[in-house]
Design a protein around this ligand. Sequence first.
Ligand code: NAP
Length: 338
Amino acid sequence: MRVLLIGFGVVGQSFAELVDSEASALAQNYGLRPKIVGVVDSKGAVLSPNGIDLKKALTYKRESGSLERFGDGTYLRGRTGLDAIKEVDCEVVVEATPTDLKKGEPGLSHLKAAMKEGRHIVCTNKGPLAVAMPALIELASHNKIMFKFSGTVGGGTPVLDFAKKCLEGSQIRSISGILNGTTNYILSKMSSEGSRMKDALAEAQRLGYAEADPTYDVGGFDTACKLVIISNYVLGSSLSLGDVKVKGISDVATEDIERAKAKGQTVKLIGRMDKRPRVGPEEIPVTHPLNVSGTFNAFSFDTHPAGEITLVGKGAGGKETASSVIRDLIEIRRTFAR
Ligand SMILES: NC(=O)c1ccc[n+]([C@@H]2O[C@H](COP(=O)([O-])OP(=O)(O)OC[C@H]3O[C@@H](n4cnc5c(N)ncnc54)[C@H](OP(=O)(O)O)[C@@H]3O)[C@@H](O)[C@H]2O)c1
């Protein structure tokens, strides 16, 4: 399986590392032999039809922040993802560029171009899905390609396919969850140590859980984006980010958390899809299965007739998200290697 990798940051590098270190297990257990024939970052691309030496790619990128050391002929400065999609002969495009929730770019253009070229897609970037998920699913079906995006929700926790496949036969009446590890870390810290919001946020930034501009997480938009993806995928809705009522956690004070505690409750940022999609801080009982701490995510499905089913796992991380890319590749291989 020839793979073009667009985006060689935390997720892209972890994916390359897994492909390299797990090559024989993947081949033996799943018949999956991914050959990475192109790697694109923001400055250029390395293209090689016979497969790129992944150890070299990882070393060069980590040491110099660039793939230029591959040298003339193999490294193509200024070559973009769109160029590579047209030029490279491959079966699958893995899209792992940064998330942009306003226009979905550059991922949206990459996905559309790859679909038009008949490439299967594995995407970890939420941006294009937040902006245009229904249209992308239609375009994928029109072009008869597989469009997988397990890593966009839950990192390595297989929540999308868990709900879609393992809950088959049950009616899913509603979905609720803690979909963002950064805000959960902040609220957990405020609850367990009595920290103020600004101190807990500063700590999250110091540990690399929160960006310098934390609006995306703290404002609830990351949670909303994931709610859109899970709801469209699992419930068949046609939501975009604008359909979700969003309130972040910036107004939550230590006093609110203390008041909740006195009632046996805790405050969490919850994404909820029942009659309408919404995101906001809510009080839940401390005994509730969604009460997970630190950077964990939790997803709860109210099902008929099986009742409430909750899945808990790490919501992000390079290795974890790369493992979801591998899962998606295995499914693509299974579906098309007949
Ligand atoms: N990290 C996680 O735990 C995690 C978990 C789930 C989902 N995700 C999502 O997965 C995606 C990748 O995350 P990440 O953490 O790997 O991000 P990252 O570390 O910032 O890496 C992004 C990569 O994309 C490249 N890039 C930027 N603009 C590009 C363009 N126009 N064309 C081609 N490449 C471009 C960057 O190039 P340079 O190297 O040249 O800067 C970099 O290699 C994001 O959408 C993120 O939200 C991440």
